[in-house]
Design a protein around this ligand. Structure first.
Ligand code: HEC
Length: 592
């Protein structure tokens, strides 16, 4: 059997507008990839001092999730589950607003980080996504119920549920402070339900739809649904355990990842066997197969976390965390949803585009191998792959390269479609909604800009209020007095360096540039040796009680994890930090 009827390329007059919609999402994908590449450049070369790593990260993650992820997934859901063309058009005002919100984020996050305009743009996006969810929910309820429609309905439901995390960030931040574990749990809630709920269910729904078009079905029973939803909720326990180490949580997660694996197998097996049975597979079908493999790999990777010691350590190896998020967004979501859209010619499938997709896949696979490979090497204390950061940077450069080709191909495609079917009435709908959207956005920005700029960003933090209490320069913890001699003990410093390569370099560099945490250069000139060792061995308490550590946390917005470093190892690390300062800053122990 060749490609079945609904998936044969055919001209749908409404499709030109979907091509524009998806053209924008590709544009945001490209922007996200460029910001990601700039972040990787931090470990390779020098960027001008006014470029802030954290702001790049905010821009990258917001535009990747809310630009590329949201726009593409919502386009696919509307295209497949709202068949009526008139109804499809009624979504365009929401699309235009979402595009404007993303443009607002692209312009504001790099400059101000979390600030008035970037928060206004994120709030606009959230409101638009709620309106979308509401509208889509109403429309899909009118369709005959099937596994596919139910999965799609759940997908938008999880999208709304994920936003509860975002909504609580504001109140939690101002009532409990940004240092409170609830603040981190709110952020994790958002990410968890976005990645594992909204995107994964949307992928499932589209795969189920594709299967139904061929007269086959997933035939999910009540148990399957219970396992699928249950594993989604229970696996959130892992994220909670990171900020609040309650012992039982890791066992709940272990159960959840096993259930999840079962649910994914139940859903993906019929899809897989249908796909592999197709003869003469095109490159697009192969891309779809690849996307499904990545989705399954995600569940497999998570199921390794039944080993609870692994669950504890995996989170502290930042290369794993980044590799994992990319596995869902780049591997699973991007390749599955894009290939069904490619089959419908909503994404250009020209030779140029095909080349772009191939480059994108290679960039993704190479960066994943590097991240997971190096993460594992650090774990088993095997050091670094030679020129690791340069290799990672080069592999990452493939992503924006591929995306540029795909985006250019899309623009050509849109131009030719518009030339062929100059049904310009639809164009007018676009114009009308654009005017409407610009008006609404200006209004929103005006009302936010008028207020006190700081109101939404930084409610006076508890640390500032307590500041008068003189801080102990030794920090908080059992280390009260460290004996150091003028000479550096190279043996100790080497041991310290080996531990840091494994456990610290994912977040800290040895120069003066901040990555996730501050650069180490000059640290012994700013902090006393006791403070440094307390920070390394007693980090939770330091972050809760020590004003200097709290100020750093406010700045970095990431809690440094406890890495179970022994006192002896902490002493060795201190020795290497002194050596590093002598070499890089020309001076050590300046804070004593
Ligand atoms: C997951 C990221 C992460 C890892 C891994 C990590 N840190 Fe940190 N570190 C931070 C952050 C972020 C801060 C700033 C305080 C905060 O926000 O928690 C910090 C702060 C520090 C400081 C204070 C720096 C200063 O300028 O005062 C020291 C010292 C430090 N870390 C040492 C270490 C050591 C040693 C390791 C490895 C054993 C390590 N860190 C691993 C994220 C990390």
């Amino acid at each position: 059997m060749s490609i079945s009827a609904p998936f044969r390329k055919k001209d749908n007059p409404g499709s030109s507008l979907f091509q524009v919609w998806l053209g924008w999402s590709l544009g945001f994908f490209l922007v996200a990839a460029l910001f990601g590449l700039a972040m990787r450049y931090f470990t390779v070369g020098e960027l001008p001092a006014y470029i802030d790593y954290k702001n790049l990260l905010h821009t990258h993650s917001h535009v990747a999730l809310l630009g590329w992820g949201y726009l593409t997934t919502s386009a696919a859901l509307v295209y497949f589950f709202v068949p009526d063309q008139q109804k499809q058009k009624s979504y365009y005002p929401l699309v235009v607003l979402a595009i404007l919100a993303n443009l607002g984020m692209v312009l504001s996050f790099p400059v101000q980080g979390y600030g008035t305009y970037s928060i206004a743009a994120s709030v606009l996006h959230m409101l638009v996504s709620f309106a979308f969810a509401f509208k889509f929910w109403k429309d899909i309820r009118k369709q005959p119920s099937s596994d596919a429609t139910q999965l799609a309905a759940c997908s938008v439901l999880w999208m709304v549920v994920s936003s509860l995390g975002l909504l609580s960030i504001g109140p939690v931040g101002s009532l409990m402070g940004r240092l409170h574990p609830m603040f981190f749990i709110s952020i994790q809630w958002f990410l968890h339900f976005q990645l594992n709920g909204w995107f994964v269910y949307a992928i499932f729904s589209i795969l189920a739809f594709r299967l139904a078009q061929k007269g086959k079905s997933l035939s999910l029973c009540n148990w399957d649904w219970a396992i699928l939803h249950g594993s989604l909720f229970l696996s959130f326990s892992l994220a909670v355990s990171w900020s609040t180490p309650i012992p039982g949580l890791l066992y709940i997660n272990a159960l959840a990842v096993v259930l999840q694996l079962i649910a994914y197998i139940r859903i993906l097996r019929p899809v897989w066997s249908d796909l592999v049975s197709e003869e003469n597979k095109t490159w697009i079908e192969r891309l779809l197969l690849l996307g499904i493999i990545f989705l399954f790999a995600k569940a497999l990777v998570q199921s390794i976390l039944i080993l609870t010691p692994v669950a504890v350590i995996a989170y502290t190896i930042r290369m794993y965390v980044i590799g994992f998020i990319h596995l869902i967004m780049l591997g699973a979501m991007t390749f599955t949803i894009s290939s069904v859209l490619l089959q419908k010619s909503l994404f250009s499938n020209s030779f140029l585009a095909k080349t772009g997709w191939m480059i994108l896949v290679s960039g993704f696979v190479l960066t994943e191998l590097l991240l997971f490979g190096q993460g594992t090497l650090l774990w088993i204390k095997a050091g670094f792959i030679p020129s690791f950061y340069i290799l990672l940077f080069l592999a990452s450069a493939l992503l924006p390269l591929g995306l540029s080709l795909i985006t250019i191909a899309q623009i050509f495609n849109i131009q030719s479609t518009f030339k062929i079917n100059s049904i310009l009435n639809s164009n007018q709908t676009m114009k009308k909604s654009l005017t409407l959207a610009v008006g609404a956005t200006l209004l929103l920005f005006a009302s936010c800009g008028g207020g006190d700029g700081s109101s939404s960003t930084s409610a006076p933090s508890s640390t500032e209020a307590e500041a008068p209490k003189a801080a102990d320069p030794n920090g908080v913890g059992e280390i009260k007095d460290v004996a150091i001699s003028e000479e550096i003990d190279d043996g100790m410093a080497d041991k310290g360096k080996a531990i840091m390569d494994m456990k610290c370099t994912a977040c800290h560099q040895f120069n003066d540039k901040r990555l996730v945490g501050p650069g180490f250069q000059g640290v012994t000139n700013r902090r006393r040796p006791e403070w440094i060792m307390n920070m390394i061995t007693n980090v939770e308490v330091m972050l809760d009680k020590d004003p200097v550590a709290q100020a750093l946390l406010e700045e970095c917005l990431t809690r440094m994890p406890n890495q179970n470093i022994s006192l002896a190892d902490a002493r060795n690390i201190l020795e290497y930090l002194r050596k590093n300062d002598l070499e890089k800053a020309g001076e050590k122990d300046g804070a004593i």
